[in-house]
Write a new protein. Structure first.
Length: 429
């Protein structure tokens, strides 16, 4: 008969064996299609290949992939999972949801995991990519890919007008002079039918003038700062060129507008076959940096594809390993260039020879029109907007008021001073 001590030893051995050989299941939540709202049937391959490789490296971890939800329905799907306490261990976070999910405690703070992982170096990421996953200081998500804003240029129109493509260090003054020269009535019917720009709005003006609209913690509005006033005045000045005619994106698509800001993801998509033929086959076009204001740089807002960990996960260590793999593994980062229209967040990946090859693969004559040095520069010069709980609501209020200020051609300095007081009171409520 076995003694009690021997029996305990046997049971403990069995427990340890089962624990060490048992499989851990991690749920991963993702949406179907492209994050950048451009048709892309291969975007799911990034996650498919990441899961297959991760499971091969970590045989004890099984990834349960929850996908197929359209991006338009993803926020509601995730909200219902959260309400039921069944959100995935690791999940993609839409930019529009990030502030809310971080502020209500659904996203896990990653700072401790980052600091304790000696194999993980945040310095390898673009600094702005890191900042995009921070909320009031702490890190709540990591970016997998980013997309800056660039200026699309109708080369055909500028050539017709005898104007050279702007240099990458061009200014608001250069931008205005070109817009002024090309804005005209081309068919003699008395109506302006060729325009300088569409889509360059007050946000672009504020950020290219080096301004922030709030302090980092959302306690103070800064719409009355001289640089913001200059930005709104510049948009008013541009609008006057059009003589109250509403310029639309269709006008640009039809070759009647010289400039239109676009995310870099659109550049990659529309330079590739077949979208190149479908969208802009009737004129030659290229992209350059945005024009800079007197206080700013040639860059606007940076957009990010974020991934986070549930604060309620029971598998913190494994969830961190998977999140790190999705955003930090070299091969997975190169897959961004292969399957997506974004830019890798690892500087080394974006600036690699392999990146040159991927960027040129689908462009005409294998030419690279936006080189890796320019991309890195634009990413690091772009603005990451403050992350705080009331940010989205405050910006909705600002959009409505500044639309009125611009369209009524009000005195910007006076109107913004009054609005800033109102918005400041809203922030501290």
């Amino acid at each position: 008969m076995l003694g009690f001590g021997c029996l305990v030893t046997i049971l403990l051995t069995v427990y340890i064996y089962n624990s060490s050989s048992g499989q851990i299941v991690l749920e991963f939540g993702d949406f179907a299609g492209s994050n950048w709202d451009i048709p892309n049937w291969s975007s799911s391959k990034i996650s498919d290949e990441a899961i297959a490789k991760f499971e091969a490296i970590h045989p004890r971890i099984k990834i349960k992939y929850l996908t197929g939800i359209p991006k338009s329905d993803y926020s509601e799907w995730l909200a219902q999972k959260i309400i039921k306490g069944k959100e995935p261990d690791v999940f993609c976070v839409l930019e529009s949801d990030f502030n809310t999910l971080a502020s209500i405690g659904i996203l896990k703070k990653l700072d401790g995991l980052i600091q304790n992982d000696l194999k993980f170096e945040m310095a390898k990421f673009y600094n702005n990519a890191v900042k995009s996953g921070q909320f009031s200081g702490p890190q709540y998500a990591l970016a997998r890919e980013v997309v800056p804003i660039l200026m699309f240029v109708n080369k055909t129109l500028l050539t017709k007008e005898g104007i050279a493509i702007p240099r990458d260090d061009w200014t608001w003054d250069d931008f205005y002079r070109i817009c002024q020269k090309v804005t005209k009535d081309t068919d003699g019917d008395g109506k302006i039918d060729q325009f300088g720009t569409v889509g360059f709005d007050w946000h672009h003006a504020v950020y290219t003038n080096g301004q922030q609209l709030f302090d980092p913690y959302g306690a103070k509005a800064m719409f009355d700062q001289p640089g913001v006033v200059e930005a709104i005045q510049f948009i008013q000045k541009l609008n006057r060129l059009n003589a109250n005619i509403r310029v639309t994106p269709d006008d640009y698509d039809n070759g009647k507008v010289a400039f239109r800001p676009f995310p870099f993801s659109a550049y990659r998509a529309y330079k590739s076959y077949p979208y190149r033929l479908i969208r802009y086959a009737q004129f030659e076009w290229e992209c350059v940096k945005l024009p800079r204001g007197p206080r700013g740089k040639n860059a606007s807002e940076l957009h990010s594809f974020l991934i986070g960990i549930s604060a309620r996960t029971k598998h913190q260590r494994e969830a961190w390993e998977f999140l790190k793999f999705l955003t930090y593994d070299w091969e997975m980062q190169m897959n961004i260039l292969k399957y997506s229209y974004g830019i890798p967040v690892l500087r080394e990946a974006t600036e690699s020879i392999e990146a040159d090859m991927a960027l040129s693969k689908y462009t005409p004559d294998q030419e690279i029109s936006v080189d890796k040095r320019l991309l890195s520069q634009v990413i690091e010069q772009s603005t990451v907007t403050p992350r705080f709980h009331k940010y989205d609501a405050a910006m909705n209020i600002a959009d409505n008021e500044i639309f009125r200020i611009i369209n009524d051609d009000m005195d910007a300095e006076t109107a913004l001073r009054s609005f800033n007081r109102y918005l400041g009171e809203y922030l501290i409520q």
